[in-house]
Design a protein around this ligand. Structure first.
Ligand code: FES
Ligand SMILES: [Fe+2]
Length: 433
């Protein structure tokens, strides 16, 4: 549990809040690349700030305050021209770095425009995401995620709207025990991965170990498997609102079957405000292409053009009691994304963590909260919080791996066993400027 005060610290994300200040010390996704068309400025809300995103005439993303500094007109209606975004009302021209370049009504002799400083945040584009740094001072390095550098056929990115605080989604990613229930299929053949589903329901009390790292922590969940064997899922919490875990549904296109350790999946939970967030989902393949057709046509088929899931609170997630008798534990179809959306939204907009009764399987959740609170303390003491990297050679992620593997019983989870099985993940040391 958390005290009410600490719950507020880690769940409030607006400007000037401690949690919001912490999240702003890291690069955050603000849109998918495909959402931002040339010549079509795009209104975004992130961490309770209303902003407008547009591509400048060179195609580079720019993120500035949505309200015109003159008299507040919404700049997302504006024109991209003359090196900036021009407001439709009186023609003020704002640049991507927050300068006012033109005030037609003031006349050419006026230098009033030089005194205007509009809100503007630096942006980068990588891995199908547009990311912004909304914090103070110089931005840190962009994290060296391999998917940022993967060719398009080896990574796929989308997002799903969630009606709850970002931290609930974040916590769901470091909660391996729920895989044995929420995502359980009564008939394993209905599962995306029959073998893994069988392993997950065979032992619903996984042994958990956590190991703190330079990016957050590693999480090991071990379940009893066949005689003399255990099934381990190794996943990661990446500060402050991201996770990487076993990559189903990553499909081996050579066989058409889902396979372990070909890559991994990431969830990145970015607040829209304190009660809603975008869950960015990234699927990444280390070496071979992922099956984009299968993902788009089947796995994400019920996500609409506004990135809303068909199953939602309003229709009780289309829960089917008959299905609960024969097919799935939750009665909410096959999609893990729908199950997870249900679970974290059903906790309420912002869960009251002072009323919880945590158990042994909540150990990783407790560590996540502790790391976030410690990072806030570090920030308040004037230090960079965990995983804010500035040295160009720094890369805590070089020591990150995601594995799903059956190993001999008795394997010491914290012995570093996984290093022998770590897949080749290609070049990740390049710096994205
Ligand atoms: S309100 Fe934008 S130029 Fe006047
Ligand atoms: Fe889940």
């Amino acid at each position: 549990m958390l005290t009410k005060e600490n719950n507020d610290r880690v769940t409030q994300t607006g400007p000037g809040t401690l949690g919001g200040d912490l999240l702003r010390r890291y690069w955050q996704p603000v849109a998918l690349s495909v959402e931002l068309k040339h010549d079509e400025p795009f209104a975004v809300r992130i961490m309770s700030e209303d902003l407008v995103l547009y591509r400048d005439e060179q195609g580079k993303p720019c993120l500035i305050g949505r309200r015109c500094p003159h008299r507040g007109v919404d700049l997302s209606y504006g024109r991209v021209e003359d090196g900036g975004l021009r407001c439709l009302y009186h023609g003020w021209l704002l640049s991507g770095d927050g300068r006012c370049l033109d005030q037609p009504g003031e006349g050419t002799a006026s230098n009033y425009k030089d005194r205007i400083k509009h809100k503007a945040y630096p942006c980068k584009e990588a891995g199908g995401l547009i990311l912004a740094y909304m914090g103070p001072g110089d931005p840190p390095n962009l994290p060296k995620f391999p998917f940022f550098l993967a060719p398009p056929e080896r990574s796929w990115t989308t997002k799903i709207h969630h009606d709850c605080n970002y931290l609930q989604g974040n916590e769901g990613n470091v909660d391996p025990q729920h895989l044995s229930y929420l995502h359980r299929f009564l008939d394993p053949r209905q599962s995306v991965d029959e073998r893994v589903n069988s392993l997950l329901i065979r032992d619903s009390a996984p042994k958990l170990e956590v190991e703190e790292t330079g990016y957050g922590f590693r999480l090991f969940a071990a379940r009893a498997a066949a005689e003399g064997e255990i099934y381990i899922r190794m996943s990661n919490f990446i500060m402050p609102n991201c996770s990487a875990f076993d990559g189903s549904p990553l499909v081996d296109p050579r066989t058409g079957k889902s396979r372990e350790n070909l890559g991994y999946q990431m969830h990145w939970h970015v607040p829209i405000d304190d009660d809603t967030h975008w869950k960015y989902t990234i699927l990444y393949g280390h070496e071979i292409p992922i099956d984009l057709n299968w993902i788009e046509k089947i796995v994400f088929a019920d996500v609409d053009e506004n990135y809303q899931l068909a199953r939602n609170q309003g229709n009780r997630y289309q829960q089917n009691r008959q299905e609960m008798k024969t097919m799935s534990f939750a009665g909410m179809g096959q999609s893990f994304w729908a199950h997870d959306k249900f679970a974290v939204e059903a906790q309420g907009a912002i869960v009251d963590r002072s009323a919880e009764h945590l158990g042994t399987t909540d150990k990783p959740t407790m560590l996540m909260r502790r790391q976030l609170l410690q990072a806030i303390d570090a920030m308040e003491a004037g230090q960079d919080p965990l995983f804010v990297e500035r040295d160009k050679a720094a890369n805590a992620l070089a020591d990150m791996a995601v594995l799903s593997k059956v190993v001999p019983e008795g394997t010491d989870l914290l012995s570093g066993w996984w290093r022998d099985f770590r897949p080749k993940i290609g070049p990740i040391m390049e710096i994205l400027e």
